[in-house]
Design a binder for this molecule. Structure first.
Ligand code: PLP
Length: 285
């Protein structure tokens, strides 16, 4: 099925959805994005994604493509036009089209604004049911990972490295501690039952699912500690898991060939996943 894609104000078949070769998103990765999950036709955590989009735009002094209400209307229209009830909506804002120059274009160059849908067949994927096997790699990304830019070459290389080692994903390590996964935030559950995840800083993306996870964990009476952890501590943990809008809460069962806990998805990760999905669906738009 050919999708209907939104490009700069128009809904067009995907084969006709085009940006200029001079678009700064292509030439400089001068662009930010968001991915919002869709279940039962509902947009999960939409206000959170909009708040982070505003922050990313402000950090890069990118122009806004419209109000939150306008952007919500485009999301809804895309869901309708593509009859999508389960999957994601990808949104990207670039600094627009200009002759190639490191200096930003002056004045009123409009941003490019693109959204498209991605269908998902199952919520309970193999990874969700069986857990992820992780390989560690050095974190060689730039220093502002809190801005959700489309500059994803290193995370893509890191994921390919994990795949070449027969694993599902990579956790990136900087100065001896785990920053995050290639496209997710990383957590461990200590033997004492404390959830540990790195505190927010420029070193990681401020995950929207992370916010919901922490709220759910607190409501479930679980203790969350925000601090860095090493691969060795993760390998010795009772459980490990990741969060993202794409994977929700997904257990990790192995890190660098070492099984975590029983080597099977743990009860805390499973419970947090169920709590997350329940709450996200309840509050979905
Ligand atoms: N960390 C990175 C590097 C990511 O790319 C993502 C999602 O794409 C996340 C964390 C998780 O963020 P969210 O929960 O908002 O999807």
């Amino acid at each position: 099925m050919s999708r209907i894609v939104y490009v700069n104000g128009a809904y067009v078949p995907e084969a006709e959805a085009k940006l200029s070769v001079f678009d700064r998103g292509l030439l400089f990765a001068d662009a930010v994005y968001e991915v919002t999950a869709v279940i039962d036709g509902k947009l999960l955590d939409f206000p959170g994604h909009m708040a982070r989009l505003r922050r990313s735009l402000a950090e890069l002094r990118l122009p806004s493509p419209g109000s939150d209400e306008d952007i919500l209307a485009v999301h809804r229209e895309l869901l309708t036009r593509n009859a999508l009830t389960q999957g994601h909506i990808y949104l990207m804002v670039t600094r627009g089209e200009a002759d190639r120059d490191f200096v930003w274009p002056k004045g009123d160059t409009p941003p490019s604004f693109v959204l498209f849908t991605q269908k998902r067949d199952a919520i309970e994927t193999r990874e969700a049911l069986e857990g992820l096997r992780i390989a560690s790699v050095p974190d060689l990304r730039w220093g502002r990972r809190d801005i959700k830019t489309v500059q994803l070459l290193y995370p893509s290389l890191a994921k390919m490295e994990a795949k070449s080692r027969g694993k599902d994903d990579a956790w990136m390590v900087e100065d001896g501690t785990v920053t995050e996964g290639t496209s997710n935030n990383a957590y461990i559950v200590t033997r004492e039952g404390t959830i540990v995840t790195r505190a927010l800083s420029h070193a990681i993306l401020h995950g929207i699912t992370r916010v919901a996870l922490m709220r759910g964990a607190n409501e479930a009476g679980l203790t969350v500690e925000e601090r860095p952890f090493t691969i060795a501590e993760a390998q010795d943990a009772q459980e490990a898991f990741i969060t993202s809008a794409g994977a929700f809460v997904t257990p990790v069962v192995e890190i660098d060939d070492k099984p975590i806990g029983t080597g099977k998805p743990g009860p805390i990760a499973r419970r947090l996943r169920a709590l997350y999905l329940e709450e996200a669906l309840r509050t979905g738009l």
